[in-house]
Design a protein around this ligand. Structure first.
Ligand SMILES: [Zn+2]
Length: 72
C-alpha cells in the first residue's frame, strides 16, 4: 500500500484503483450516471459534447472510458 494524492482534489489517501478519494469517487459515480443518461439519449455524441452537456471534466470522462470496470 502506498500513499498517493487524489487525482481530483489532491487529498492524501491510500493508493487504490481509480486514484480518487471517497468523496470524489461518489461525485464521479454521479457524473458517470449523468454521462450514461446523456449517451443513452445521444449515442453519437462526442467527448466535447458530453463534457459541455454534463459539465463533467474531460479528464473524468477519459478516465471513465479507460476503466473497463466502469463501462457497463
Ligand atoms: Zn478527492
Amino acid at each position: 500500500m502506498a500513499l498517493i494524492h487524489c487525482l481530483n482534489c489532491g487529498r492524501l489517501m491510500l493508493e487504490k484503483p481509480g486514484y480518487l478519494c471517497n468523496d470524489c469517487l461518489k461525485r464521479q459515480q454521479e457524473d458517470i450516471k449523468n454521462i450514461k443518461a446523456y449517451l443513452a439519449r445521444n449515442p453519437r455524441a462526442t467527448l466535447i459534447e458530453v463534457q459541455r452537456e454534463t459539465g463533467v471534466s474531460l479528464q473524468t470522462i477519459r478516465a471513465m472510458f479507460s476503466d473497463p470496470g466502469l463501462k457497463k
